[in-house]
Structures are given as structure tokens and as C-alpha cells.
Ligand binder design. Structure first.
Ligand code: TYM
Length: 342
């Protein structure tokens, strides 16, 4: 990866199950918008995925599928050589292909992170729940690996959904702590969170975020057929009353559907409220409109998604790792030097 004057963004998704419209609207669609302006690195974070048990066959399938989802969303990482091939704007790679990630994570574990840092992480508390003592050590340590991902590349900004904000803040703390104890190596990264869509909520419970680990009725998978997606939208919970108004406090379910509708169509929420007031006689009509818009989006998305071959994707991952590895290794070398290991 050649050094450019552009600022760098780094982000990633776990290949741990079906990706949903929350992942797309809250994070990946933002990467697509940013990739022209930034030196852009997008990772498939397989070592994060194994913090919980994965079926090996499914995991290797999911790794390739996440790349297809990045590319169907509009991330350009091909070399442009295929007929109609997209120009390369971003780098996509697989975390485990660059061993500097796990090496730096171990070093940060020892030289910067404290147990008290990890005890504050709300996502661990949510994910571990009652099983706190039985989950893997990796699940607890996961934010340190995420910090290593970010800090290896002199990252300026990390575009993520709201649920990852606390983890990026920890990466900032660790960067500062290491720099102050051993001398400056790391850039302190910023976090980039979208104004709208940073927290898409579950269709069956608007108090919870849309999540791939919950029941399929709660999310629209990016691979759901338009029919399946329409059924899920029609069954989505609604609020009391009849008005189709954006009001997160009193109408969380309708506000969530309006957010999805607005981000999928690119129409302003205010305009959609007026349109729906004019054209819908109730929540049923409104949901039909949302389902129709989603159906159109999914159809186009999936055409692109299905157009990529596994071998093409493997090649993209291999090239991506070759590009980022020297950058990661240079940072790791400096870190080891500061510690007196090299
Ligand atoms: P992951 O795989 O859980 O989610 C990927 C991205 O999708 C966003 N997201 C959402 N956004 C809006 N509404 C939702 N309901 C929703 N659900 C998920 C997430 O915020 C995220 O941006 N730890 C990370 C992966 C990671 C990473 C990194 C990210 C590993 N290393 C370094 C950035 C930089 C994770 O598990 O994301």
C-alpha cells in the first residue's frame, strides 16, 4: 500500500452469520461514500468471529460472503482488469492473513490495557449475559484486538455504527497510554458515526438494536428475498396511534421504519412523513411502501452480490493482505523497538 496524502479510514465486519440492513445502513454504506476521499482499508475480522463458536464450513463461506457484500454495496477493490471491472479505491483483506494484528493485540494486552478498561465494555456484558464465567477469554479481550486492527494503520477515522463507539474510544485510550509510556508510535484515531442509521433497531422490538444473533424475524438480511423481507416488514411491531411521524421517544417502531425507508430511498424523513400522510390510510399502507422500497433495493443488491465468483474474491483478499502487510509490519516493528524487544 503506497503512502498517500489522503487520510486513512479503517473498519471491519465479523463473518459470523448473516449480515443485515443494520450493518449496511449503519456502517458499510458510509464506507462507500468515504472511499473516494480517504485511503480506505476494510477488513473481514475472522479472529473476532471465533470469539464465539463458529461452524468451520460456515465460517469459510461467510468470509467470502462478507467480501461479496462489501463489493455489492459499492466498495471498489478489484484491479479494474475484468470487463467493466471497478477501479480500485479501497483495500479489502482478511484479518488472519496479517499476523501483526494478533501480535499487536498481545502487546497491547500487556503494555497498555488494564482489566478495568475491559470491565467497562457494555457489549461484553450484553453478549456474555449470565454466562460471564463460561464465555471465551477472547470474547472479553475482543476490544483489544479491535484496537490493534485500528492502530496498525495510522488510522485517522473509524466509521462504525453506534454500538462500536465504546470500542473505538478504548483504542484511543490505549494509543495515548502506550505513546506516553514508551514514546509516540500510534496515531490517536477518531470515530465516525452517521447521524441517521447508526442504530437500526430490531423489527420485533424497537428497544433493541437489530442484530444477527437474534431471531431472523428481527432483522432483514441482505440476502433475504424481497418476499421474505416484505413479510418481515408487514409483521414488524408498530406503536399505538395512527400517525406516521418520526418521534423516537413515543413512536420508536415507526421512527425505525421511517429511518430505514429514508436511508434506502435517499428521501428526507420529513418529506416521507408528508408523502405517507397523503398516501397511506394506516400503518399497513405505510409498511407496504417500506417493503416495496426494500424489495427494490434488495433485488439490485443481490444481482450484484451474485455476480462475484469465489475465486475472484479469494484473489482480492490475497492482494489486499499483500498491500497492507508491510504497513502493519512497520508499525509492529516500531512498537517492538520501543519495548526493547527488537
Ligand atoms: P459487527 O460485525 O458487529 O458489525 C459491523 C458494523 O455494523 C454496525 N452495526 C450496526 N449499525 C447500525 N445499526 C445496527 N443495528 C447495527 N448492527 C451492527 C456495527 O457498528 C459495525 O460498524 N467489532 C466490530 C468489528 C471490528 C472493527 C474493527 C470495526 C473489528 N475490528 C476495527 C472497526 C474497526 C464488530 O463486531 O462489528
Amino acid at each position: 500500500m503506497s503512502k498517500t496524502s489522503k487520510r486513512t479510514i479503517f473498519s471491519g465486519v465479523q463473518p459470523s452469520g448473516t449480515l443485515h440492513i443494520g450493518n449496511y445502513l449503519g456502517a458499510i454504506s458510509n464506507w462507500v461514500k468515504m472511499q473516494d476521499e480517504y485511503n480506505s482499508i476494510f477488513c473481514v475480522v475472522d479472529y473476532h468471529a471465533i470469539t464465539v463458536k463458529q461452524d468451520p464450513k460456515e465460517l469459510s463461506r461467510n468470509i467470502l460472503d462478507v467480501v461479496k457484500i462489501y463489493m455489492a454495496s459499492g466498495i471498489s477493490a478489484g484491479d479494474g482488469s475484468a470487463p467493466g471491472g471497478s477501479p480500485e479505491k479501497s483495500v479489502i483483506f482478511q484479518q488472519s492473513d496479517v499476523s501483526a494484528h494478533t501480535e499487536l493485540a498481545w502487546i497491547l494486552n500487556c503494555a497498555a490495557a488494564r482489566v478495568s478498561d475491559l470491565n467497562k465494555m457494555t457489549q461484553f456484558k450484553d453478549k456474555a449475559g449470565e454466562e460471564k464465567e463460561n464465555v471465551s477469554v477472547g470474547l472479553y479481550d475482543y476490544p483489544i484486538l479491535m484496537a490493534a486492527d485500528i492502530l496498525l494503520y495510522d488510522t485517522d477515522l473509524v466509521p462504525v455504527g453506534e454500538d462500536q463507539k465504546q470500542h473505538v474510544e478504548l483504542a484511543r485510550v490505549l494509543a495515548r497510554r502506550f505513546n506516553s509510556q514508551y514514546g509516540k508510535v500510534f496515531k490517536v484515531p477518531g470515530v465516525e458515526i452517521k447521524k441517521e442509521g447508526a442504530r437500526i433497531m430490531a423489527l420485533d422490538d424497537p428497544a433493541k438494536k437489530m442484530s444477527k444473533s437474534a431471531s431472523p424475524a428481527s432483522y432483514i438480511a441482505l440476502t433475504d428475498t424481497p418476499d421474505v423481507a416484505a413479510k418481515k416488514i408487514m409483521r414488524a411491531v408498530t406503536d399505538s396511534g395512527y400517525d406516521i411521524k418520526y418521534d423516537k421517544k413515543n413512536k420508536p417502531a415507526i421512527s425505525n421504519l421511517l429511518t430505514i425507508y429514508s436511508l434506502i430511498t435517499g428521501e428526507d424523513i420529513k418529506k416521507l412523513e408528508i408523502k405517507c400522510e397523503r398516501e397511506c390510510s394506516g400503518y399497513g399502507d405505510f409498511k407496504k411502501k417500506v417493503a416495496e422500497a426494500l424489495g427494490e433495493f434488495l433485488e439490485t443488491f443481490q444481482k450484484k452480490y451474485n455476480s462475484f465468483e469465489d475465486d475472484e474474491v479469494r484473489e482480492i483478499l490475497k492482494n489486499g493482505a499483500e498491500k497492507v502487510r508491510p504497513v502493519a509490519e512497520e508499525t509492529l516493528f516500531m512498537v517492538k523497538h520501543k519495548l526493547g524487544i527488537i
